[in-house]
Design a protein around this ligand. Structure first.
Ligand code: PGA
Length: 245
């Protein structure tokens, strides 16, 4: 079984003072990899304040350098000691018009610079109700595979985040999660990817009271945690739930 990864996604939250308070209450958890993905301006502060926890960002440019106002390159994130970067979160897809192909290019740029992209996939409620969850996820993955190639797919982390479960207070249930996670693993295998080495996180309303159940589902290799990652006790409880016994 893969060592699990629990990554906090702070989204557009934080301040120097609030981060300091949160950081002082975070600690490494033996047996699980822990990361926090923070807004760009806080990378330096958080990078210095973390003990045994890895650093990540929430977005990266597909471009390396040049006339791309407002962009942040993968090499810059490496300079600030990032190991991870979230790519293709559904909020970026929905609110910032990121499409499947651009997300593939961002994942490739991250890998090229030595970062581990956490590539997010997931269906909307309408797509789930239409019975298209796995089809949508397969399309999103295929766009990434097209750019990155099967040999390098193993250098990323995937996160299944059903859009309808994000920030909803209600996660997908264990059966729904298990079905898509095993579907993703099978899909990767069918494309010639070394699928057993790829960590597949679940994200969407993971909380202290459902983390144990969700992390016990086959093919769930950790979690991407939004709201609960801003509450130190909750995040630490979720991290401890991910220790592989
Ligand atoms: P949530 O967010 O845990 O607040 O549902 C998860 C995410 O968007 O990554």
């Amino acid at each position: 079984m893969l060592k699990k990864l629990v990554a906090g996604n702070w989204k557009l939250n934080g301040s120097l003072a609030a981060n300091e308070a949160l950081l002082s209450a975070l600690a490494a958890v033996p047996g699980v990899d822990v990361a926090v993905c923070v807004p760009f301006p806080y990378l330096a502060q958080v990078g210095e304040g973390l003990r045994g926890i890895e650093l990540g960002a929430q977005n990266v440019s597909e471009y390396g350098a040049g006339a791309y106002t407002g962009e942040v390159s993968a090499a810059m994130l490496v300079e600030f000691a990032c190991r991870y970067v979230i790519v293709g979160h559904s909020e970026r897809r929905a609110l910032f018009a990121e499409n499947d192909a651009a997300i593939g290019r961002k994942a490739a740029a991250a890998i090229k610079a030595g970062l581990v992209p956490i590539v997010c996939v997931g269906e909307t409620l309408a797509e789930r109700e239409a019975g298209q969850a796995m089809e949508v996820v397969g399309r999103q993955l295929a766009a990434v595979l097209d750019v990155v190639g099967a040999a390098k797919m193993g250098q990323m982390v995937l996160a299944y985040e059903p859009v309808w479960a994000i920030g909803a207070g209600r996660s997908a249930n264990a059966a729904q999660v298990g079905e898509v996670h095993s579907g993703i693993r099978a899909w990767l295998r069918a494309q010639g990817v070394a699928a057993d080495d790829v960590r597949i996180l679940y994200g969407g309303s993971v909380k202290p009271d459902n983390a144990v159940e969700l992390f016990a589902v086959a093919d769930v290799d950790g979690g991407l945690i939004g709201g609960a990652s801003l509450v130190a006790d909750d995040f630490m409880t979720i991290c401890r739930a991910a220790v592989v016994k």
